[in-house]
Design a protein around this ligand. Sequence first.
Ligand SMILES: Cc1ncc(COP(=O)(O)O)c(C=O)c1O
Length: 379
Amino acid sequence: MKVQIHTLFEYLLETTEAAPEAIVGFSLSASPRLGDYLEDLNPDQSLDWNGRDFRGLPELRDHVLVQAGLAGISTPADVLITAGAAEANYLSIMQCLQPGERIVMETPGWPQADVLAKAKGAEIVKVARSEADGWRLPLDRLSAAVTPGTRMIFLTNPNNPTGDLMTAAEVAEVVAIADRAGAWLLVDEVYAGLEWDRPRAPSVAGLYARGITTGSVSKALGLQGLRTGWMICPDAGHMRDALILRENSSEIMNIMGEVIAEVALRPARYATALARAQQEGAANLAQMNAWLAAQDQLTWVPPKAGLIGLARLPDGVDSDAFARFLLAPPYRTFLLPGSAYDLPGHIRLGVGGGAAVRLQDGLDRLSQALHDWQPKRSS
Ligand SMILES: Cc1ncc(COP(=O)(O)O)c(C=O)c1O
């Protein structure tokens, strides 16, 4: 079946030209500029492909293992550099899953797995995260959903959109659930590096023979436009399958993405950038928490990791209509409606984007819109 559009992407497409004056749902750290890297780039850098390895620049693959805490556990042969975590997820889902096979995923969660699994004609089983339990993934329900013969489990850790983060013990339990069924376990870690109340979770690629870890430089480092990410997996057959599909789509990585990501992930530079992103994220999150505490119409579970979380709207307020109301004058503020995640009573809030998104201004406008909305609709 043809790949169909998802509500989330449909909303982004429809609102691209809205030119909001503030954004309160930004999911990535402030983006660096090209000039920040010029000193470390070589003007004689060839713009041919890297010419060394179809899996990506070897030194970049080394850095990927170090930042994931997998140096000495996984090998560079287990790493494939991809066009973002999105391509890594795509290559894995399309190659691991066949029509009629079961894939188990979380809801709310990142829609890509659902869209691709539908196109593949797979059997999709969703396990609901529990808002009452801080959006935790109920592992007993996950276990019940993963029947013998289940082909794949797809999760995000940290979770998009709730910011929930599984502990090391929970990750180990998920691995045991996958192992019982012999299922592929893909854990998308695109938000890793920004943990607020506990350490980063271990990556499944280092724990399980069929574990697939995906990630990128998009979120914590704000380098989304580089389109550079990775897949880490100890299964040589899967790595080969992914390479084969990539050869028949984009063929190779874009060289500037690889070269700049290699600079960005050099351990000392990465540590500095991550510390800055953590500091800014924590400050903005404190600001968001204080603002939410003063709102009588919204409740939310603060993210345990990453820059986004979900807030619950008052009963009867539809998130899609409200997001469009907020985007229109006089508020001109962007956020993602929960309808993008099958949660029409929620909105996605975020604290990324740096000064450019005018967070406080956006929050003030959001308060005003909530205030203006109620009498308008009940009259
Ligand atoms: C959970 C998740 N996975 C993957 C992606 C895509 O990230 P990338 O830019 O690395 O392709 C996103 C982007 O928002 C995301 O939220």
